[in-house]
Design a protein. Structure first.
Length: 269
C-alpha cells in the first residue's frame, strides 16, 4: 500500500526563529538538524524543522501532520534513552530499582512537568477544544513532549546519532529528578507505599473517601480525599488535588509523613 502523502508544514520565518531559539534552550544546536537544505537567514530550513513543527502540532488542530506518529516513535526512544541514562549514571542500582526509577522518568506526569519547565505550551498548535480544556492540559503537554522526543531523535540522525541528542537534552532533567526520587523512594507512589505499610503492620488496606469541593476546572484543590486505616479505621489523614487520584495520593503522602515522624502513628481522627 502506498504511503499517504503528507506535505511539509509551512513554517514562517518568525516561527523558524522561535523554534530555533527553543531548540537552543534545550541545549541543542539548531544547525545540527539533519536536513539537506542549508539554513537561511531566519534560522533552520523548513525541511530541518518539519519534525519539530509536527511534534508541536496537536492532532486537535486538524492538520495533516500532527504529533501522533512522532509520539509513537518518542515513546520507544524515551524508554531507550532512560535505560541508557540509568546505565551510565546509576549502574549501581539493582535491575528492579532501575526499572522502578525508569517508570517515573518516562511517566506522563514527568513529561508534562518537563514541558512546563521548558515553556512548551506557547509553541503548541492546538484546536479549539484542546485550547478550552484546562483539565486536559497536562495530557496534551505530555503527548506533545513525547512527540518532541521522537522529533529530536529523527531530525538528529535517528539511529546515527539521534539517541545522543535526546540524551544531551534530557540528562540534566533526569539527573535532578532521579536525585529527588532516590532521596524519597515513595515519591508519586505514596498510595502503594501506604498500602504496603498498613498490610505489613497487619492493619489491612487503607480506605479512601473523596469529594469534589470545587467545580472549577484546573483548580489544584478541586477534590478532597481522606484515607483511614487500622482498627475501625481509627487512623487517618487528608489531602487535596486537581483530580480524585491526585487527592488520594496527597492524602497517602500526608499519612506516610505522619507515620514516619518520630513518635507518629497517624493520629486518631
Amino acid at each position: 500500500m502506498a504511503q499517504e502523502f503528507r506535505p511539509l508544514p509551512v513554517i514562517s520565518a518568525e516561527r523558524r526563529q522561535g523554534l530555533g531559539a527553543f531548540l537552543a534552550g534545550l541545549g541543542l544546536d539548531p544547525a545540527d538538524a539533519g536536513a539537506p537544505a542549508a539554513p537561511d537567514a531566519a534560522g533552520d530550513s523548513p525541511e530541518a524543522l518539519a519534525p519539530i513543527e509536527e511534534a508541536l502540532t496537536h492532532s486537535s488542530a486538524g492538520r495533516p501532520r500532527n504529533h501522533e506518529q512522532l509520539e509513537f516513535l518518542g515513546d520507544a526512544v524515551l524508554r531507550l534513552a532512560a535505560t541508557e541514562f540509568l546505565a551510565r549514571h546509576h549502574s549501581d542500582l539493582a535491575v528492579g530499582q532501575r526499572s522502578a526509577l525508569r517508570a517515573q522518568l518516562v511517566s506522563d506526569r514527568w513529561l508534562a512537568e518537563l514541558a512546563e519547565d521548558h515553556g512548551l505550551a506557547p509553541l503548541l498548535r492546538l484546536g479549539p477544544m484542546a485550547l478550552g480544556d484546562a483539565s486536559g492540559r497536562a495530557t496534551v503537554l505530555a503527548e506533545c513532549c513525547e512527540a518532541l522526543v521522537g522529533a529530536i531523535y529523527q531530525s538528529r540522525g535517528g539511529s546515527q546519532g539521534g539517541l545522543e541528542a535526546v540524551l544531551r537534552w534530557l540528562t540534566p532533567a533526569w539527573q535532578r529528578s532521579s536525585a529527588e526520587l532516590l532521596a524519597d523512594p515513595d515519591r508519586h507512589n505514596w498510595k502503594t507505599a501506604l498500602q504496603e505499610w498498613t498490610q505489613g503492620q497487619g492493619l489491612g488496606l487503607p480506605h479512601y473517601s473523596s469529594a469534589e469541593i470545587s467545580r472549577r476546572h484546573g483548580d489544584p484543590r478541586r477534590f478532597q480525599s481522606q484515607v483511614r486505616w487500622g482498627e475501625a479505621a481509627g487512623h487517618g489523614a487528608e489531602g487535596w488535588g486537581g483530580s480524585r487520584r491526585e487527592a488520594e495520593q496527597q492524602a497517602a503522602r500526608a499519612a506516610l509523613a505522619e507515620l514516619k515522624r518520630p513518635g507518629g502513628s497517624g493520629g486518631e481522627r
